[in-house]
Design a protein around this ligand. Structure first.
Ligand SMILES: [Zn+2]
Length: 543
């Protein structure tokens, strides 16, 4: 079966049923279940049939948030006309800085994931290929390009491999912080690339940072829940964990003649994993109310029955109204309600990015959701900042949904909800795994804890790339310019950031006129706490 990819104007996509779990992954053994229990986790939380949504900021339970951001990430450029724009991560960061949110969280530059980190899920030859390919050499490797599905939707661009290392490093780093109880919520808006497969790029995704982060979480937690609110099916993550009960995947997505073609409500997992994959197929124009009429009852039931030790929420913003590739009609508040709801369970939470192609709305959404994570409500009136002109004519954080038709009838929504709740009712108990010795952390942590490196990590002027041996390598990153988005051709999208004029956000923030944002430098109280936490953990282990 061949499905025309909606978000791919170049290629046809060979439909691969998720029943062909080609890239299943070897799971780490878990350590003793209660070790590393998260300090803020209330193990006796009680389900409330009305939903546990917290009025932001008034629940008296602030969360400690670690936020991963690499100032280089906005410079990677998929190529002219390509809808995926890493620049949106930099726009999000600028909004966070100017809304004054950075000072409320631990801001971390991710440690680049190394080959061996990526190979915990991906095939060695695929990783070697990604490391070696360049725009200049790709013509000599046509067979390999085809084999690994690189070249069209997933183009070769300058710095491709370091881009992968950066976004994967942020997600795995977030999992490490959660595992060590250093934060309640970790955020990596550059991550969430849910389509990547074990030996294949797909849907603008090269390495699957989500699978890698979940593997890290599984070292501490018996069960990890993955929730995906991107408009596209979270196929790469589902496939990786299709035959295990240690990861439950739940994806809400547009289904029917739409990339990637998988995610039927009847795809429920296989073998030990049967009933541990949930798919919520939706149609065009879904609005906030319809979406939440499924999200809350289903996720409430999942939390009650599965009782995960950690939750990974992929917050793809292409499910927002007006997305360049999407066809849903969610408001930013409707999208963020999913974050608010999952946060309300007080379980360690990893928030990741994903799709999102009307980039001004992506930045709005992830900024607002960072506020939700922190329990801070943000003014609708946007502060002045370097990308302010993107947000005209209203210069507001929120945008009204459109009047498009909602093709999801009440009857169909009720039927889908009933079907999924019925599947869940077949799971009487949360599965457990035997006690094991704790597997070592991903090696990222070595450097993460290395005090010698801390200054370099935090140096706002440092844009040095290093190789595996930490020797500097020449800059390979091309600065991005912003092209007009062809869907709505906004005249206020200026061509900015030519290489010469490009200003590092860190630099700008450090001499910023905005009050409070100079705390972009490391928060000393957090460092101390982090050291104490790590010491406590190593004491615990040696006992
Ligand atoms: Zn998507």
């Amino acid at each position: 079966m061949v499905v025309r990819r909606k978000d791919c104007k170049f290629t046809e996509f060979n439909f691969k049923s998720s029943l062909q779990w080609r890239s299943g992954v070897e799971l780490p053994e878990v350590n003793c279940p209660n070790f590393g229990a998260h300090p803020s986790v209330n193990k006796n939380w009680v389900m409330d049939s009305g939903g546990n949504s917290l009025p932001s900021g008034s629940d008296g339970l602030k969360r400690k948030v670690s936020y991963f951001y690499d100032p280089e990430v906005g410079n990677y450029y998929y190529g002219q006309g390509h809808p995926m724009k890493p620049h949106r991560i930099r726009m999000t960061h600028a909004l966070l800085a100017h809304y004054g949110l950075l000072q409320h969280m631990q801001v971390l530059k991710p440690t680049a994931a190394k080959d061996r980190d990526l190979c915990k899920f991906h095939a060695d030859d695929y990783v070697a290929f990604l490391r070696g390919i360049t725009p200049e050499t790709q013509q000599d490797q046509l067979r390999q390009l085809k084999r690994f599905n690189v070249g069209e939707d997933c183009p070769v661009f300058d710095g491709l491999y370091s881009f992968c290392q950066t976004y994967a490093g942020g997600s795995v780093g977030g999992a490490l912080k959660l595992n060590h109880g250093i934060c309640d919520i970790a955020i990596n808006w550059a991550g969430g690339l849910h389509h990547a497969k074990k030996c294949e790029a797909s849907g603008f995704c090269y390495v699957n940072d989500i699978v890698l982060a979940i593997l890290e979480l599984l070292k501490i937690h018996e069960r990890v829940l993955y929730v995906d609110i991107d408009i596209h099916h979270g196929d790469g993550v589902e496939e990786a964990f299709y035959t295990t009960d240690r990861v439950m995947t739940v994806s809400f997505h547009k289904f029917g003649d739409y990339f990637p073609g998988t995610g039927d409500v009847r795809d429920i997992g296989h073998g030990k994993g049967k009933y541990y994959s949930l798919n919520v197929p939706l149609d065009d124009g879904i609005d906030d109310e319809s979406y939440q009429s499924l999200f809350k009852p289903i996720m409430g039931k999942v939390m009650e029955i599965y009782r995960p030790g950690a939750v990974v929420l992929q917050c793809g913003a292409d499910s927002l109204s007006g997305d360049r590739l999407g066809c849903f009609n969610l408001s930013i508040k409707g999208h963020a309600e999913c974050v608010k709801y999952m946060r309300s369970f007080n379980v360690p939470l990893l928030l990741l990015g994903g799709g999102g192609y009307t980039i001004r709305n992506v930045a709005r959404c992830w900024c607002y959701e960072t506020g939700v994570a922190l329990g801070i409500e943000l003014d609708d009136k946007m502060p002045q900042h370097e990308y302010y002109e993107y947000f005209g004519p209203d210069y507001t954080l929120h945008v009204a949904p459109s009047n498009m038709e909602n093709k999801n009838s009440r009857y169909l929504l009720d039927e889908i909800r009933a079907k999924l709740l019925d599947n869940l009712s077949r799971l009487q108990h949360a599965p457990s795994v035997p006690f094991q010795e704790r597997p070592p952390d991903a090696e990222l942590q070595e450097r993460d804890e290395d005090q010698d490196d801390r200054d370099e990590r935090w140096d706002p002027d440092s844009d040095m790339e290093v190789d595996d041996d930490r020797n500097p390598v020449p800059r390979r990153v091309k600065s991005e310019y912003v092209e007009a988005e062809n869907k709505d051709a906004e005249s206020y999208h200026k061509h900015v950031d030519s290489g010469r004029d490009f200003v590092m956000p860190f630099k700008e923030i450090s001499c910023s006129k905005v009050s409070g944002v100079d705390s972009m430098v490391v928060d000393e109280s957090y460092i101390k706490e982090e050291q104490d936490n790590l010491k406590e953990l190593s004491d615990h282990r040696s006992r």
